[in-house]
Design a protein around this ligand. Structure first.
Ligand code: NAD
Ligand SMILES: O=C(O)C1=N[C@H](C(=O)O)CCC1
Length: 274
């Protein structure tokens, strides 16, 4: 047990505490007057284990040591915010369900099989999962669906994303969310119309397909364009993230929103009422 003051505010555990998002989430929850930090988790063997989470991220002592036993931490939490990696997220889903804690999943790069494997956990606890937790991207997603529904296949849909050079998955979770929304708007299955990784003699573009391109470089936080390209005109809708706090604020909002919901799988559209 840590020596944080006990209050009635929902207790939150952050997994992947040393990561780019883990650190931003620790800052966001520590500064919030709507929740309190009750745990910070890293993988076994990480050199931050045992260090005070606040000192490790440079905001001063929080009285919260970084731990490597997730279930112990989840048992004293009302929510777990998890931006890590697919294998870790599957493990955390089972443990969060055991603890009946809301599991907010920001992790991307999950396969269809990974997502299906969340279902047993969602029978016992609330899971909120989204490839992007920001208000702006979720609005763009809804707009994309509406524009795709309004236009026919004379408009070629392309999703272009750019991220930092440490990102390990492509297309980004956000790009897939946007592509899925475009496919839904058109009334087609993304799986059947998705064009990824064009290279070499690809032949002409297939009418009705949705294309994806990924740029990786430097410290780009996250940029997404949805392009509707037709003869004589192009509509381009763009979201540019300049600070990871937009994702952390969305994740905290999801953790609080989930407190009185029935077990099941939800996304940020549910949280934001979009
Ligand atoms: N949904 C969103 O809004 C959103 C926004 C930003 C990033 N992301 C996603 O979040 C994930 C993390 O991104 P990042 O930039 O913070 O990556 P990162 O590599 O900086 O951090 C990941 C952290 O997870 C930790 N981790 C891995 N396995 C673990 C385990 N078994 N137990 C405990 N900790 C473990 C790593 O040690 C690392 O500290 C990625 O999938 C990324 O795409 C999603
Ligand atoms: O930095 C990342 O990694 C991000 N991942 C999410 C994605 O894959 O879309 C959200 C944007 C930042």
């Amino acid at each position: 047990m840590n020596d944080l003051p006990r209050t009635d505010l929902p207790g939150i555990v952050i997994t992947g505490a040393s990561g780019r998002m883990g650190q931003m989430l620790l800052r966001t929850v520590a500064a919030s007057d709507k929740a309190r930090l009750v745990g910070a988790i890293e993988r076994k063997g990480h050199d931050w284990i045992g260090r005070d989470a606040g000192e490790a991220i440079g905001i001063g002592p929080l009285g919260l040591p970084i731990e490597d036993e997730p279930l112990d931490a989840f048992a004293r939490a009302q929510a777990v915010i998890d931006f890590t990696a697919p294998a870790a997220t599957l493990e955390f889903a089972a443990l969060a369900a055991q603890a009946r804690a809301v599991h907010v999943i920001g992790t991307t790069g999950m396969t269809e099989a990974d997502i299906a494997a969340l279902e047993p956990a969602a029978r016992h606890a609330v899971i909120v999962r989204a490839g992007n937790m920001s208000l702006g991207v979720n609005l763009l997603t809804r707009l994309t669906q509406k524009v795709a529904a309004a236009l026919d296949e004379d408009y070629d849909i392309e999703v272009i994303e750019a991220h930092h050079n440490q990102k390990v998955d492509a297309p980004s979770g956000t790009a897939l969310m946007l592509g899925e929304a475009a496919a839904q708007g058109r009334g087609v299955s993304l799986k059947e119309v998705s064009d990824r990784g064009r290279d070499g003699m690809t032949g002409q573009r297939t009418r009705g397909h949705i294309g994806f391109s990924a740029i990786r470089g430097g410290d780009i936080v996250g940029e997404h364009d949805v392009m509707f390209a037709a003869a004589g005109e192009r509509i381009i809708m763009r979201h540019v993230a300049t600070d990871r706090s937009i994702y952390a604020r969305g994740a905290l909002r999801a953790a609080l929103w989930g407190q009185d919901k029935a077990p099941g799988q939800y996304d940020m559209m549910d949280v934001l009422g979009l």
